[in-house]
Design a protein around this ligand. Structure first.
Ligand code: ADP
Ligand code: GLC
Length: 487
């Protein structure tokens, strides 16, 4: 099967969140299952700065963006020396400090930038003769490709058999822009209506993808159900319900060659479930790294790693932070996001007791050190399409306390003292009291060394490797191709 996998961020080339982790790992897992899979992504400034070796793949690819006919080259590199990555070079769009915008909001020309990526990918296929069976799009940035395949590019014999799959990683980001930018897409006027990509008078990239893709997936089973409800649907629940027969939930996997304490070169000492002594070394190292008081080596350390946004439950954490600081526990936080949360957590840095280690910013090495050195990872998300950090935490023997939603529901199993089963602690209500109560439950069990070791081992033994999820994607690809051929 030939697959073109399109994503706006791919680890290790560019990353703001979990989408990059998925785009860096799933194609490799598909390759290992025998697929000819290639990735398409922008050639960002940041990607160039990684110094990754690349070569010219196709010169002077023409891409129509609005009234402009733009021309640029496409470069090629490889993931894990096996999966080709096509890098769309358009410096005026991608040679910038950030991927999508600044703290003040989206870049003003995001419609142009991502129309360029979508159409560029299709033009590259036409120019290079690579005919994918499947184009796998991810999130709004690439969601116009399914629309193009059934409109502007539908007549091309090359794409006659090409089916599209759209994966939604986060329904909150839809790519909504004013109607007067519609001409930039080059799409026919008749698609700008409520049954097409029009959305309350605006353009909605993601809506277009949902309606036109041959199959749609979300990144966990639970989230695939939630997005069809008004509470989690972000205004698109009815559109998603209209695709319910072709909507699948496939939980993300973990790249255990990267996130695994037995092989991790970014942590102070490696360890695995048969010998946890390295974890204590990592805890000491974390305390030193963050200049915390050494006495916290014998106290439980609670941590949070992630984007500081409403989605991640920052408001809830904010409500209990003073309680946490008064407990005999350490608190570590690594993240950046909305200015109000950066500020709110930034002030805790001045905690006089030395029990807090707060870093506002992005730091991959520190994320690994925290996974290894902390005892408990807090993920009180308001909603969570999948979530990767809870799965990373499980592998590192760091027990997750999570809100029972989306992918957190699918991957964390509540610890049941009577059976000894379970790998973490869940709470349902989005309420500070419920969150705090569950943290206290976890801390009670932490005191019982034997029970805690059991919970840790249950987590470390869980297997979320990509292979199983990749096999499920293959089944969805098959369905998408059947749908395409039926049309
Ligand atoms: P989301 O994609 O919603 O941000 P996920 O849990 O799926 O959440 O993925 C988050 C990814 O980004 C993980 O790999 C996590 O380690 C990483 N990450 C998030 N914030 C930071 C940060 N401040 N520094 C380093 N890595 C981070
Ligand atoms: C999104 C979601 C997160 C998910 C990630 C990768 O950013 O917020 O829950 O794990 O995409 O699919």
């Amino acid at each position: 099967m030939k697959i073109l996998f399109l994503a706006s961020e791919v680890e290790p080339l560019a990353k703001t969140g979990g989408l990059a982790d998925v785009a860096g790992a799933l194609p490799c897992a598909l390759h290992d299952l025998g697929c000819d899979v290639r990735i398409g992504t922008p050639f960002y400034r940041h990607t160039k700065e990684t110094g990754i070796p690349c070569e010219l793949f196709a010169s002077r690819i023409h891409v129509q963006v609005g009234r402009l006919r733009l021309t640029d080259d496409v470069y090629q590199t490889y993931l894990n020396r096996k999966v080709p990555v096509y890098l769309f070079n358009k410096e005026e769009f991608f040679d910038r400090n950030n991927l999508y915008g600044t703290v003040n909001g989206d870049y003003f020309d995001n419609v142009e930038r991502f129309v360029y990526l979508c159409r560029g990918a299709l033009e590259l296929c036409l120019a290079s003769g690579f005919v994918p069976d499947i184009i796998h799009c991810n999130d709004w940035h690439t969601a116009l490709v399914p629309v193009y395949l059934k409109s502007l590019y539908g007549k091309s014999t090359l794409f006659r058999k090409t089916a599209s799959v759209l994966t939604i990683h986060n329904l909150a980001y839809q790519g909504v822009y004013p109607a007067d930018e519609y001409f930039v897409t080059g799409l026919p006027d008749e698609l700008f209506n409520p049954r097409g990509i029009e959305f309350w008078g605006n353009i909605n990239f993601l809506k277009g993808g949902i309606l036109f893709a041959d199959a749609v997936t979300t990144v966990s089973k639970q989230y695939s159900k939630e997005v069809q409800t008004p509470e989690f649907g972000f205004g698109l629940d009815d559109v998603l319900r209209s695709r319910t027969d072709n909507l699948y939930g496939i939980v993300n996997g973990v790249d255990y060659s990267v996130w695994n304490p037995a092989v991790d070169s970014l942590i102070a000492k490696r360890y695995d479930e048969s010998d946890l002594s390295g974890k204590a070394v990592c805890k000491k190292d974390l305390i030193e790294t963050l200049n915390m008081d050494p006495s916290f080596a014998t106290k439980p350390i609670l941590a949070m790693v992630g984007r500081l946004t409403d989605q991640k439950g920052c408001a809830l954490l904010g409500q209990i932070i003073n309680d946490l600081m008064q407990m005999e526990t350490g608190f570590v936080l690594l993240g950046e996001g909305e200015p109000r949360y950066n500020q709110m957590f930034g002030t805790i840095r001045r905690d006089p007791g030395g029990g807090a280690g707060i870093i506002i910013g992005y730091n991959n090495r520190l994320a690994h050190k925290i996974m290894a050195g902390a005892d408990i990872l807090l993920i009180p998300s308001r909603y969570e399409p999948c979530g990767l950090t809870q799965m990373y935490a499980l592998k590192y023997g760091t027990v997750p306390v999570v809100r029972d939603t989306g992918g957190l529901s699918d991957t964390v199993r509540d610890f049941a003292p009577d059976t000894g089963k379970g790998n973490g602690f869940k709470f349902s209500d989005y309420r500070a009291a419920s969150f705090l109560a569950r943290i206290k439950d976890a801390l009670r069990h932490y005191k019982n060394r034997k029970t805690w070791q059991k919970i840790i081992r249950n987590g470390m033994n869980a297997d979320f490797s990509w292979k199983r999820s990749a096999q499920q994607y293959l089944q969805v690809y098959q369905k998408a191709m059947e749908n395409r051929h039926g049309n």
